[in-house]
Design a protein around this ligand. Structure first.
Ligand SMILES: *Cc1c(COP(=O)(O)O)cnc(C)c1O
Length: 295
């Protein structure tokens, strides 16, 4: 048996908040674990069920703010697996930061290596050559194939909670989470919005996995946002949510909340996608831009 899972808060609870006079329900996947939370916990579910002695090493790659990176680091720490993470070269500022996902992942034992820009792509494609059977590669952002089992557990939890609410919402990067939920919960409507790239990009991403189901509703952001950039209106809705009692992430959640408030009017269960661990470093960026004092 997997004896250390007792400390993970699953199934996650559903709380409610009042925002602009409307009640919203929130599936608290953010509370599962400080580092291993949100949809990254769901996507790593299959690996989390793996016996520690079946693997010895996880390899992944991507950005330094990545929530997937931190979740994998937390998983490897629990399993006593080595975690190797590749990025492009980093600035000294990022390397020396004492908060944020990168800092915490290293504290959890992540071994980080930088690959020069011109070799990066070839290097990443070569990772799968000569892999031993105890090494597993998690592709950028959290594996897709392995995501299905964990998202099915999430879908079952939502169905079993048996709320009289048939609309769900969760923000999208690759759209994997929103897509699987829509496929597994055909009796629900799933709202999402693109947070990485525009609507066309999200449609393309989702379509590469599956035909977009009718119950998956992609809300168009009111303007073009660039991924992980500070925006005043993001901070404003984030603070409003914070005051109503729940901390959300500053990168994905704000855009979806703005769209939900403007474009929907029914009762909704928002599935908290995690990412709160990155807020400390995002808030510093807001501060540097002078946005924090102005609100
Ligand atoms: C990764 C992530 C997402 C996007 O999930 P996808 O399945 O790629 O769409 C949304 N919110 C947070 C906080 C994330 O870390």
């Amino acid at each position: 048996m997997y004896h250390r899972e007792y400390s993970l808060k699953v199934p996650s609870e559903i709380s409610n908040i009042v925002l602009d006079g409307r009640v919203f329900y929130v599936k608290r996947d953010d509370l599962i674990d400080p580092h291993l939370a949100g949809n990254k916990y769901r996507k790593l579910y299959t690996l989390l069920q793996t016996q520690p002695n079946q693997l010895s090493r996880i390899i992944s790659y991507g950005g330094t703010q990545s929530n997937a990176m931190l979740a994998i680091a937390a998983m490897c720490k629990r399993k006593n697996w080595e975690f190797i993470y590749y990025t492009k070269p980093l600035s000294d500022t990022i390397k020396n930061e004492n908060c944020g996902n990168f800092y915490h992942a290293k504290k959890l034992g992540m071994q980080h290596f930088e690959i020069e820009h011109q070799y990066y792509k070839d290097f990443i494609s070569s990772l799968r050559f000569n892999l031993d059977e105890k090494t597993f590669i998690v592709d950028q952002g959290g594996a897709v194939k392995e995501a299905e089992e964990g998202l099915r557990v999430l879908a079952d939890e939502i169905r079993e909670a048996d709320f009289n609410v048939k609309s769900l919402a969760t923000p999208s990067g690759t759209g994997t989470t929103a897509l699987f939920l829509a496929l597994m919960l055909p009796e629900y409507k799933i709202y999402t919005t693109p947070c990485v790239g525009d609507e066309a990009y999200l449609r393309e991403q989702i379509s590469s996995l599956h035909k977009i189901p009718d119950n998956l509703i992609i809300l168009k952001p009111q303007k073009k946002y660039h991924f992980a950039k500070p925006y005043k209106e993001f901070l404003k809705v984030w603070q409003k949510l914070f005051q109503s009692g729940i901390e959300f992430d500053l990168i994905y959640a704000p855009s979806l909340w703005i769209s939900l408030l403007q474009q929907t009017d029914e009762e909704i269960i928002y599935i908290h996608s995690g990412g709160v661990s990155g807020n400390e470093s995002m808030l510093r960026r807001y501060e540097k831009k002078g946005f924090l004092s102005s609100v």
